[in-house]
Design a protein around this ligand. Structure first.
Ligand code: GUN
Length: 300
């Protein structure tokens, strides 16, 4: 058996198209342009790449994009002041503070100072609580992207056994809540889980989000299961030449693809969905703030 490849790149392009169509309609019918502000503190190279990519894609779907770059030694007061300005700016509907923040800044304090209605990352404690209690919230982008792909592939997820490997606030925990919301039986596994291979072998859906290169081998995967690989790990690739690197997921793709029913590749799986869902969340936030109907299929 060879797994069907779930093409996240193509899926993300379709999500962006849907967002762009809705944005154009908002402009024409309501004279409204969704605006996304991204705040970057410091000069972490990976964060700079993400922020540039977010800005570019935001503009491509017809939204307003604003970037604020603060020095690596910016004070907490300076950052909170900027967030305050963005919270009250009527042209800004989404605010994203790129993580990780430099060590001297309190990440929880900063995130919880964002207006929850503009918290397009879904990291504010209010949104975490709303999601955890099954209420309408802003949903973290990466798990939202995973959910969209699972719903698209399976239709109804009700009654399926799902194992989420990883318990981070950004992916593992919200993913578990979203799968519960779709009536899966959910297990959250982590570094202290006993008999992890057996736990994973019971899963119809495996979401791997631990950040450990190729840690899930094919012989942990139940025949026909759907595997969503959130990991993006850069490892040496001597086969490509000296000093060369490559990206791999948390799942050993080659062996897993032989037993799974469907699998997301790395790169080209979950990765592209994250920014597409950020754009979807910004559109949703804009519609909610204006009391307009939300786009269908782009929220949980
Ligand atoms: N850094 C890595 N991933 C993310 C994300 O999804 N949101 C934010 N704000 N920072 C990140």
């Amino acid at each position: 058996m060879t797994a069907e490849i779930i093409d996240g790149k193509a899926f993300a392009a379709r999500v962006r198209e849907q967002v762009a169509t809705h944005v154009a309609k908002l402009k024409e019918e309501n004279d409204l342009t969704p605006g996304l502000a991204v705040v970057l503190v410091g000069e972490d190279p990976a964060s700079q790449v993400y922020v540039r990519s977010k800005g570019k894609q935001t503009v491509e779907v017809g939204m307003k994009s604003v970037e604020h770059k603060l020095d690596v030694d910016a004070s907490e007061a300076e950052l909170l002041d900027l967030i305050d300005q963005l919270n009250t700016d009527p042209t800004i509907h989404g605010i994203l503070v790129q993580l990780p923040l430099p060590k001297h800044l309190d990440e929880d304090l900063v995130i919880n100072s964002i207006d929850p209605a503009k918290d397009v990352d879904g990291f504010h404690i209010s949104n975490v609580g709303l999601l955890g209690t099954g209420q309408k919230s802003m949903v973290p982008c990466t798990p939202l992207g995973c959910l969209m792909m699972l719903r698209d592939y399976h239709g109804d997820l009700s009654g399926m056994n799902a194992v989420v490997i990883g318990r981070s606030n950004i992916v593992g925990k919200p993913m578990a809540n979203l799968l519960l919301g779709d009536s899966c039986t959910v297990t959250v596994a982590h570094s202290r889980t006993k008999d992890l291979p057996d736990v994973v072998r019971g899963a119809d859906i495996v979401v791997a989000a631990v950040g450990r290169p190729e840690m899930v081998p094919g012989d942990w995967i139940k025949k026909g299961a759907t595997v969503i690989d959130v990991g993006i790990n850069r490892i040496p690739a001597p086969e490509k030449g000296e000093g060369k690197m490559k990206l791999v997921g948390d799942v050993d793709f080659t062996s897993a693809a032989k037993v799974a029913g469907a699998i997301t590749p790395v790169p080209g799986g979950v990765g592209p969905m994250t920014i597409a869902c950020l754009l979807a969340n910004t559109l949703t936030a804009c519609c909610r703030s204006a009391g307009l109907p939300e786009p269908s299929g782009l929220t949980a």
